[in-house]
Every structure is written in C-alpha cells, then in structure tokens.
Ligand binder design. Sequence first.
Ligand code: NOJ
Length: 562
Amino acid sequence: MGDRDQAIMDALPEAPVTPAADALEGWRSGVVYQVYPRSFSDTDGDGVGDLAGILDHLDYLNDGSPDSLGIDAIWLSPIYPSAGFDSGYDVSDYSAIDRIFGTLADFERLVAEAHRRGIRVILDLVLNHTSHLHPWFVESRASRTGLRSDWYIWRDPAGYSPAGRPRRPNNWVSFFGGPAWTWDATREQFYLHTFLPQQPDLNWRNPAVRAAVLEIIRTWLDRGVDGFRFDVFNAFFKHADLPSNPYRLGGRRAYSRQVHLYDKNQPELVELLAEIRQIVDELPGRMTVGELFEGSVRQAAAYTAPGHLIFDFSLIRQPWSARAFARAIAEREAAFGPGGWPTIVLSNHDQSRSASRYDDGPHGDARVKVAATLLMTLRGTPFLYYGEEIGLRDVAVPWAEIQDPAARRSRFLSSWWNRDQARAPMPWGPGPIAGFSTARPWLRMSPESATRNVASQTADPGSVLSYYRRLIWLRRSRSALSVGSYEEVGIGDASVFAYLRRAADQAALVVLGFGRRAVTVALPESPSGRPWRAVLSTHDPLPPAGDRLELRPLEAVIFVDD
Ligand code: NOJ
C-alpha cells in the first residue's frame, strides 16, 4: 500500500465490522440497475430514450413479483442539459432535465412511481468538470477579475516559445488524449480539463464552488432522489501547486505513461467526502457510490464507508478463468476486510459488455449465465448494466456513425475504445426497431435484436433473462447470498471457483464452472451438517443432493443446507 493510500485509510473512520441493522442495509443487500437513458426506451419518437420510457418499464424492473427482474434501485446516467460533447457527462445545468429526456415533472413522476414499487433512484452527478457552455464557465472565461474567474483551474503559461507560443503550466495530459490544458485567448491563460476541452475542471479549492455544488446535492435530495453516483470523484482535487507528474514506462496511452501523483487522490478529498456524506446521511436510507477513476482496490476500500460505496473495476479486467477471478476476489476481500463492502461490476457504459468479453460463440450464453451467477452472489452490491440481463453484446458501430465524441477525437490522439459499442438501444421485442422507438434510433440496434430481446427471452425459460430473474429473486430470499460473509472454498479443480456465503444460521455454497469439460468435485461439509441441496443451476435438471457434484461444462450451481 502506498503512503497516500495509508493516509486515506488513516483519515477515514473505520467501517463497523457488524454494521447496524439500519437503513444502510438496503444498499448492501440491493441490486442496482444502471439505465443509460438515451438507449433504454423512446416514447416520443425522436429515436432517443427518455424518462417516460423508463417509467413505462418500471414494472419490468420490479413489480414485486418474481416475473419481474427484481432490482432494488436504478442509477440513471446523466439526464441534465448538456452540450453533448461527452454524451451527458458535460453538464450545462445541474438542476434541470435535458429536454430530450423530458421535464422536471416527468422526473418527479418517475421518482414517485419508482418509489411506489420500492425502487430507489440514483442520479449521476458529474462534479469534476462542467460543460464549457455552463454559465459558470462562460462567465469564468470572460475575464480574470469577474465573480467566477476562479471557479475553474486557470494558469498563466510557463513562459513562451521563441515563436511566441504559450507553454503549458505542466505535463498533465487529458484522459481522452492530448494535453490537459487549453489556451484561452481572452484570458490569455490556460484552463485545465482532465477530459475533453469542452469539459473544464472545476476548482474545488474555491469555497464558492464547493458551496454551489453542495447546494445542487441538497436540491436533488429535496426532490426525492435516494442517492448519487459521483463521476470520477477522486479527481476533484489537484495538488495546489500543480507540479508535473512523474513519467512511467509501458503504458499504451500518454495518460497511462504518467504516475498520477498530483492530478487526483489528494488528501483534501477526505474531508470533502465527509461533508458530502454528512449531507446525504441527513436523510435515512440515502447512499452514494463513487466512481474511482483509475485506482486500486485498496484505494476503493479506503474511500468506502457505510452507505457510501466505491466502484473499483478490478473484476472487469479479469480474463475468463476461475483462477483469475479467485485471485482478484481474494485481493478485494483482503483490501476491504469483513467490515468493508465492495461493489460488483462486470459491465457499464464505458466498457466492453461482459457478454462480449466472455463470448464463446455467436449464440452461446453459457458463460454469460456463469458470469450472472458471479455478479449476483459475490459479497458486495451488484450493479447490473441495462441489457446485461439479456446477454446483450457490444455492437460494432462503423466510423461514420460514431457518436462518442471522445472516440472520434482520440482516434487521432490515442487508441481509445469506441464506447458506443456498449450503448446500443435496448431491444424490447421483435420488429425492426425492437420496440425501442418508432424512429431511427440515435445508435444502431444490435443485429441480434430480432432474437435477443426482452419479449423472446421472457417466453423462453432457458434464456439469460429467465435465469437472471430466478437468480435475483433467490438472492432476495436468502440473506446469506446478499449480506452474508464470504469464504473461498478449495474444490480441487483449477477450472472451478467456489465460495461459501453465510449469514446467521443460513449458508449458501456457490460453485462456478469456467471450463468446457465436465468435472466431478467433492463439496465441502455444510455448516449445518446436512447435505447440500441445489436450488439453482444454469443447467437442467438440478444436480442431486450429496457431497459430490458432477459439474457439467460451464455450469454454475447454488446450494443451500437447510
Ligand atoms: C466517467 C464516465 O463514466 C465517462 O462516461 C465519462 O466520459 C467520464 N467520466 C468523464 O465524465
């Protein structure tokens, strides 16, 4: 662990080993479903998803019966007015709703209807940067002396080249490629942007910025939201003196060829997080989840607190291997300890979908179901990305159709993945636009939509969706699977990963077969001494009770001992 991690660890209050049975419990036991609003469901026929479309599918998400998916909360990727340079992650008004998604009244209706079904609503707050068109930045760039002149990170040039070109203040680079500094001819200064030049970084050291942002958080809490996902929260503070970062060897992109000592994870963050968390905690049952921007599981664990989760993306990076997952999870468990609470993420709007990463054939869903079992039964709060529940794959988007501006720009600056591929519209049923819209969708549909859609998978008991429903409702009914402790179980075969979950007098044994060959494994003795009984398998029929298991190729089984 680095000194910085240790400092963060020391500064944060230790999470209680046995968390109080209070409102936080929901954030440990619940399943969060990420909606990418643009791609979920379009009701007004403009080819772009909207809030009314989400409302229309709340029953699909959870109507209280096992015929629905059974999730507990939805996280909406940004829905605020935006200039669209980073698909909503460049916000130009934090308190309003972008017209393409609907109105504030639509949002309030969505929250009320979600709450009526016991579904909580989490908003995505993008507070490291605003849009360059946000009135704050427009005012800030207008003069060096105005009211908001110090709301962003402005710096004089570090001298001029012989040709009179201003030199950048330090060596920082943008995550999306190119320098992290853009020259502004009016102020004759550079401004900092960790992402696109259209996403200037806020100056969190300015108390007025801090007050304005905390007010935004209060506004949305007053409007009834249940929590927030904080975009790249660990980049909010930069070192006050803005020193250049040291270089490192080996990274593919300029951003990864630096050690990010000074442009994120600064000690001041700890106190800011405490203040934000205190505001959120004033209301019972609220939560936050911070997106750790390029950090380690140790950092994720250090920033985590009861009711305040942190994404780490270590599981997304694992290849399809029982050993690789077992190792990564052992590392997470060691970092978080029994009192810490991790998140479980296999897919999101920035990454290749898990069904594509693990794809083992054009229509094979066997690995997808094993991955689903992992996602829903590991210790931690699972985040399910829309479409993941039907095994949606990445969709190849030709260059001419690319919408992700970061991808268009970075094509020339660095090798950046086109994130559109993981953002295809949700296929709800058969037909050319698969029930997503009545117009040409903003992004092309998956070529598989005619067969891989919600309606066809609902009708098929062997589908990924039917499996997810059984899995999530099983998780809901067994506290061992949701909030229980975790212990890896050695099962004597390198292609199998198994673990025990325990809560009070309940136990569950999860056996995940990563291999293509059938194997026979010995099951450990159950805590109750009774034989293990299979309650769910990816395959039909369920394996018989007993102390040995004939695991079929790519089979996942969940056992209980009561
Ligand atoms: C992380 C978000 O998930 C990503 O979509 C976005 O481009 C960057 N943060 C910048 O806001």
